[in-house]
Design a protein around this ligand. Sequence first.
Ligand SMILES: *[C@@H]1O[C@H](CO)[C@@H](O)[C@H](O)[C@H]1NC(C)=O
Ligand SMILES: [Ca+2]
Length: 327
Amino acid sequence: MFCKLFSYSHLLLVSIFTTSILAEWNTRDYVRREHSLTKPYQGTGVTVPYWDFTGSAIVTSNYVRLTPDMQSKNGAIWNTKPCETRNWELQVQFKVHGRGKDLFGDGLVIWYVRDRNQQGPVFGSKDYFSGLAVLLDTYSNHNGAHTHQHPYISAMVNNGSLHYDHDRDGTHTQLAGCEGKLRNMAHDTHLSIVYRDDTLTVSTDLEGKNAWKECFRVEGVLLPTGYYFGASASTGDLSDNHDIIAIKFYELDLLETQNKDDDRSNIIPSAASFEAPRDHVDDAKPAMSGIKTFLWMMFVAIVLIVLVVLGIMWYQKRQEQSRKRLY
Ligand SMILES: *[C@@H]1O[C@H](CO)[C@@H](O)[C@H](O)[C@H]1NC(C)=O
Ligand SMILES: [Ca+2]
């Protein structure tokens, strides 16, 4: 009896031991420091190794803040080394938070693009970009153009010819997307972007469960090597703190079908499929933003209330007059 117990626990120990060894030998968990950003951030002086800062971006000992919770800010960080890896995973720990309860914005983007350090209108970075954008859009600019709620996570692949249309929240250029409550969370929030075998998979860990949940997966996405990773954020009339806590880059193994000598550097970014609706249909009247719609509805409500009150007053006066006539 004792002997049997002993051998069971022995077996258990051996299996725990081998699993931990296998985990360590798993080459797919190969972190590349030159594309990663982890604490402690600081190198010598005020520089952060492998990363450039633009606009409002600042580094503290606990986070990199792309924008503060203030209006009209733009900030970005850009990796200084191009990515020469064919299959990769980028894990981003971020935090979007602010004082706004119902009104906040505009959002945060994780980039894999040709041109770095260029400020512009797409959440702080350049429009007509070449490469991939994974957009975390917290503010809905257009009620009615799409059925999803915000915050909304989506991806866009661009060869430099497409315009990101804020008025439509980028809906007619997005590959795919999913809703994700990611603001003002007490726990950590994470995003994972896997590019492997020309397939893009975006997953989130937003509920503090320490597990990935697939947001979307798109096949037939072509991205060259030699582009740069970056993260940018912007605020407008509405604001939020957009913080990056950590970025971890994993080099993934080549598939058996992939040749390590393939030159992927001249690929033009493209995606085999876009999500419908693809066409840009102009609205009959200019789109109204959330605040405008709200103010307009307030105005209509006030006018209605005034009309009702006037109506009641008029009715009472008439009643009085007819009563007077009776006497
Ligand atoms: C760039 O993308 C647009 C829109 O998807 C496409 O019409 C065009 O042919 C592409 N250009 C190149 C050079 O691939
Ligand atoms: Ca938006």
